[in-house]
Design a protein around this ligand. Sequence first.
Ligand code: URA
Length: 186
Amino acid sequence: MEIAEHMRFENLPEQAQGCRRCALGETRRSLVFGEGNLQAQIMLVGEAPGEKEDVSGRPFVGPAGRMLNKILEETGLRREDIYITGVVKCRPPGNRLPKKDEVEACVPFLHEQIRSLQPKIIVCLGSLAAKTLIDPKLKISEARGQWVVKDGAKFMPTYHPASVFHDREKLDAIREDFLKVREALE
Ligand code: URA
């Protein structure tokens, strides 16, 4: 599905607000388009908004966001230098995984964000982002921490910050992967 010419990046966040491309448009409170530095060299791509994001309209402001902030701080990266978004812009009810048709309906926005911002590095936070942007067959436990160069950008797949709540060992892995990102910028 192509985004029409008149829906270029500057207008997209506003125009997306009324989106009804999928059923999530009926249950969401906010469409969480993304936020951050429009000159960012790094883009972080998560999965979909959770409850706090749905209420505030901002990405990664709930528990997963606090975990992300901690990881950024510990690895010497600044949230204000980065652009943050997700594969799916509206909250799936009960925080279930987005369905295939919801991803397909929403992903043109993400492709347009990447095309417009042209980040050097795209960090895929979790399996959905990595499968969507790198390879649908990818296994995050095998792919994490390894650079993939594709379409003029460097992709770093890593675990989703929320995965740390179920498995503390993932924190070390995510930190390691973010350190590679910082090194690549230097
Ligand atoms: N998880 C995500 O993937 N994105 C958010 O914005 C919040 C939690």
